[in-house]
Write a protein that binds this ligand. Structure first.
Ligand SMILES: Cc1cc2nc3c(=O)[nH]c(=O)nc-3n(C[C@H](O)[C@H](O)[C@H](O)COP(=O)(O)OP(=O)(O)OC[C@H]3O[C@@H](n4cnc5c(N)ncnc54)[C@H](O)[C@@H]3O)c2cc1C
Length: 281
């Protein structure tokens, strides 16, 4: 196996175009597992780890935080992400162990595109935009179009994810996940809720309960039609419970080695209802 350690994005892109079965690697916390189990056998690996431009966090446009695909979770957990996009910092804090968080990245979470990826519900709830580059082109794609199925995305072989744009929303946001234990765990069910006080609406996205992340558009519309969602509004326990049930009804879980579909639905109804009550204490 040939390993190319790229120092510049252009070098990595050129190598990716040249080698048809090449795979890019950032932290390696997903890819090395796949290689060690012989699930994939690339002849060329292109390391992105030394490309400084992929490891930056920028706020060039007002109201938007742009996070490089190579920024590790250990950085995302802290400032400036913690204040600007607290749900993303919370999601980052739940990933694996300190060692996994020091290496694992947003780009890798998107590259793998598992419905259990912890940062993906946050991207769906915030309508994040994904930046992709090839040797001779760039494009920006909504996360809603990016993920197409279980570990499937629209990313082409010769594209590298360079960054993710997150809108900074005025209001409250949170991420919660349920797993088989408290730490080092892939989620059985997860949810990100964003209460946008400026637009008086609530957005919720669910992980691990469908082939893609699920944005609960019907529950969101029902809530907006039945409840004042501006800052300081009061949410009754009954309404929060009904919202949880509606969110669970929009999920599409399966039975697998981690959980039953029935438990996953129950977990979603509890997570959604709790997050809503936290958003409007
Ligand atoms: C012990 C353990 C615990 C874990 N716990 C969690 C958890 O709690 N939550 C969770 O969500 N995940 C978890 N994971 C999975 C993994 O850590 C995450 O998915 C992480 O985000 C992967 O990032 P990475 O940089 O290591 O990706 P890599 O392994 O380097 O790459 C993963 C995939 O993405 C592609 N890729 C990487 N960067 C790019 C890029 N810039 N452009 C295009 N493609 C790219 C690679 O080719 C590969 O296909 C765990 C993994 C382990 C081993």
């Amino acid at each position: 196996m040939t390993v190319i350690v790229a120092k510049e994005l252009a070098t990595a892109l050129a190598a990716l175009r040249e080698h048809e079965d090449a795979r890019v690697i950032q932290g390696g916390t997903d890819l090395m597992v796949e290689i060690n189990f012989n699930h994939v056998k690339p002849t060329t690996i292109i390391s992105l780890r030394d490309i400084a431009s992929l490891r930056t966090i920028r706020q060039e446009v007002r109201g938007l935080l742009s996070i490089g695909s190579g920024v590790p979770y250990s950085i995302i957990e802290g400032e400036p992400v913690l204040s600007a996009i607290p749900a993303l910092a919370q999601a980052a804090r739940t990933v694996g162990s300190p060692q996994i968080r020091a290496a694992g990245s947003l780009g890798g979470n998107l590259g793998t595109c598992s419905p259990a990826g912890d940062t993906l519900p946050v991207m769906f709830a915030l309508d994040a935009m994904i930046h992709l580059s090839t040797v001779d082109s760039t494009r920006v794609v909504s996360i809603h179009d990016f993920m197409t199925g279980v570990k499937r995305s629209i990313r082409q072989h010769d594209e590298i994810i360079t960054s993710v744009d997150f809108p900074i929303v005025k209001g409250w946001q949170g991420y919660s996940k349920v797993g088989v234990r408290n730490a080092m765990v892939i989620s059985v069910a997860s949810a990100c809720l964003v209460a946008d006080h400026e637009h008086a609406d609530v957005r919720i996205a669910l992980g691990s309960v469908g082939p893609t992340i699920i944005r609960c558009r019907e529950s969101e519309a029902w809530l907006k039609a039945n409840q004042d969602l501006s800052a300081g509004a009061f949410i009754s326990p009954q309404l929060a419970e009904e919202f949880g049930k509606r969110a669970a009804a929009e999920s599409s879980p399966i039975d697998d080695h981690r959980s039953t579909a029935q438990y996953r639905r129950h977990a979603i109804s509890v997570l959604a209802s709790r997050l809503l009550r936290k958003a409007y204490p």
